[in-house]
Design a protein around this ligand. Sequence first.
Ligand SMILES: *Cc1c(COP(=O)(O)O)cnc(C)c1O
Length: 436
Amino acid sequence: MAAPDENSPDTSTAPVPRPPSVDRLARAIADVNLPHPLLVDAARTAVASGDPETAEQRARDIAAEQARSLLTGVVNATGVLLHTNMGRSPWTDLPEDASDRYSSLELDLDSGERGSRQDRAPRLLARVCGAEAAMVVNNCAAAVLLTLSALAHGKGVVVSRGELVEIGGGFRIPEVMAQSGAHLIEVGTTNRTRLADFETAVQGGDIALALSVHRSNYRITGFTESVAASAMTGLGVPVVADIGSGLVDSACPWLTDGPPPWLEGEPAVRQTLEAGVDLVTFSGDKLLGGPQAGIIAGRADLVAQCAAHPLARALRPGSLIMGSLQQLALAYLARDGLTIPFWRMATVPVDELRQRASAISPDHAADTIAVPGGGTLPGVEIPSAGLVVQGDHVTELRTGTPPVIARVHDGSTVIDLRTVHPDDDDVIRTAVDRLT
Ligand SMILES: *Cc1c(COP(=O)(O)O)cnc(C)c1O
């Protein structure tokens, strides 16, 4: 069929409005801040989906919606300090001097030879938690997978039935164990496991490790008995403790006032290693307060075995993560907890939050309850303060610029200031003014 000729009117059919040119539409919505190919996609979708008259508005809406849905900074006003949907700990993932420069990631500046990316941040982190050695992988799930693969492939790993944990996002100890090629040897029962259960299993032979898993996100109460990782050290096999949460030292020397009361009972890396446990695995973005990462810390020979395994290459982080972990480790060593956003927010006195709330809107200031979150410290409450506004306004807040994430409690919108950076108090003030 020949191309239609504009100069010879086609009289055989009724006139149909011509679909607007996709390219012309894309140019008409160029004020939406997206690269041209994405505007073309939006225009194409709009043209395909109906009335040409309204195509431009549809295209603009589609493009604007996509621009809004990009990864963006949000104001976390939930009072959940480690919110998995908001990247757990507040951290920029950018080392202080990050720029468009190269880094010395695997360069030994003394010799000019190739070095190891595991030599800097991991070494400093080992120093922070009193470990002989440490290495860093992409998250704690990777740390557990690598540890089991490198140290127990084809052999048995003894775990209490009360600690066959599932962490949010589908991390299940039995499944990770299966992936690693280690055999899960379950001992004890859901509510009671004794040291003798572990001893019997180890005597059965071919056991590579005893694994202790922190019940990060649940508690077992009532008629219970469990074996601390420190009690397993006489079993005659290396003991690995997956503590997950990443509290590096229960004395919290980086906090002027020592550990806050709500940390009571949380296992810490330094004390776990001091008790004779051989290896500890933990997350970078829970109570450590850094970027997403997983740390394996403990006996140098075992860390070296993990580092030599082929999976280590597949699970290694890049220079952005290593750079920000280095910055974080230096802050811990300088005992400068207030430069670590998570610890600053977690420990800011409630009176300071009350003052901020009153300064934003005295009529709405109220005491609130914050939580650690991130699958850590279930049931723990941290006294907090913020603003409470009648009615459910969370959608309105979330769809604003920047998005403010709040929660609803008893029919009111709760804006908790513990997790809000003071620089964002103006954002909160504007948002609350609009709601009331
Ligand atoms: C959170 C957690 C993990 C998983 O950590 P990611 O860094 O999210 O992979 C593993 N084990 C325990 C005990 C945890 O608490």
